[in-house]
Design a protein around this ligand. Structure first.
Ligand SMILES: Cc1ncc(COP(=O)(O)O)c(C=O)c1O
Length: 366
């Protein structure tokens, strides 16, 4: 079937380029390729298979189903689940040889009731207040140590790793260093108690780019691997995804005539309008109504009127553009960061918005 609306083109060579760059930044230590949410909209199966072929040995997802999907296409590497698998599904963790995040003794205990070995990584909450064993106060770290000690004594639980997650490594160095200090101090105390905690990982993309010291066994990287480090860097990360949408109609309108729902755009002169096959159900956010442009052969063609569920109109007056042509929604010529600012969001959301079955994906590689 030919593409009749829109396609995301995923450049797997750029993915590998970014992965290798991250590994270099991590002094050749390993990288957890974060491929949750369908690899931030890039397709977790294709991306993971390609990354594994190029040496990646660690993958991270949010949900058990995502992990099973990777195993079912032949991913042999370690797969860590960040989320909280229901203990009733513990058999899958063991059958598929997955690594489960554990955020409390109670949860670890429930998993252990399955009665077969389950490998886990401990999540330490040094500031996110989301998931993790609470370790935000240096004077109360002993509580975390005793909780971890109890987990380590559970018969069927094997602690294979330990990690924490930065809240704002891209913007708040002081808080980031505070989190790192808490984490390092906890590790020191665990060591003193002779509690084995396995692999250690703390840095995400921003942490890896901004903090040069304190190496851990791995870093966990998503957004920079897809080409968008959230901090300024001289390292050349390459965008992996470009999105193109088709022109499916062209109309001439007169001064005073309106475009789209709510008539938020009224022409102030004669205009040529193209209807583009992308809308908010395709992840192209409605907040971009009258507030974005699409790129076509050197032109920035403004979005006019409200973005509809599957259609968006642009002003193409004076441009040689035909039904069937494709405009770039984002990619090489239309950058994602400024678009995210206009949409009052972050690159993560715009990319993961593209994880939709109705968007065709094309993979390119050498
Ligand atoms: C626990 C955890 N580690 C690592 C990452 C990857 O972060 P980033 O995409 O900023 O590299 C995420 C993503 O949000 C995460 O939730």
């Amino acid at each position: 079937m030919v593409v009749d609306r829109l396609r995301a083109v995923i450049n797997l060579d750029n993915l590998i380029h970014n992965y290798k760059l991250l590994k270099k930044l991590n002094h050749d230590k390993e990288i957890f390729a974060v491929v949750k949410a369908d690899a931030y909209g890039h397709g977790s199966v294709e991306c993971s298979l390609h990354l594994e072929k190029h040496g990646c040995k660690y993958f991270a997802v949010t949900v058990l189903k995502e992990a099973i999907e990777l195993r079912s296409v032949g991913i042999k590497s370690e797969i860590l689940i960040f989320g909280k698998t229901d203990p009733l599904n513990a058999s899958y963790l063991s059958d598929y040889n997955l690594v489960q995040t554990v955020d409390s003794y109670e949860y670890a205990f429930k998993l252990s009731q399955y009665g077969k070995k389950i490998r886990v990584h401990l999540n330490i909450d040094t500031g996110m207040t989301r998931l993790g064993i609470f370790a935000q106060r240096i004077e109360e770290l002993e509580k975390a140590v005793s909780e971890i000690k109890k987990i380590s004594e559970l018969e069927y639980i094997e602690i294979a790793g330990i990690y924490s997650h930065f809240t704002s490594a891209e913007s708040d160095k002081e808080f980031t260093l505070k989190q790192q200090k808490l984490f390092d101090e906890l590790l020191k105390r665990l060591k003193a108690e002779k509690i084995n905690y396995g692999l250690v990982h703390l840095k995400n993309s921003s942490g890896l780019v901004t903090l040069d010291k304190n190496l851990y066994d791995l870093a966990r990287c998503g957004i920079a691997m897809y080409g968008y480090p959230p901090v300024k860097t001289d390292d050349e990360f390459l965008p992996v995804m470009s999105v193109y949408a088709k022109v499916i109609a062209i109309k001439e309108i007169n001064k005073g005539e309106s475009v789209s729902y709510g008539r938020t755009f009224i022409a102030d002169k004669e205009m040529t309008i193209a209807t583009i096959a992308i809308g908010y159900a395709d992840g192209y956010m409605r907040i971009l109504s009258n507030n974005d442009f699409f790129y076509f052969k050197g032109y920035k063609l403004p979005v006019i009127g409200r973005v509809c569920m599957g259609l968006t109109m642009i002003n193409v007056s004076g441009v040689d553009i035909q039904e069937g042509d494709e405009v770039e929604v984002f990619g090489k010529n239309k950058l994602l960061e400024p678009m995210a600012k206009r949409a009052l969001t972050i690159t993560y959301e715009l990319l993961t918005n593209m994880a939709k079955p109705r968007i065709d994906r094309e993979y390119i590689k050498k």
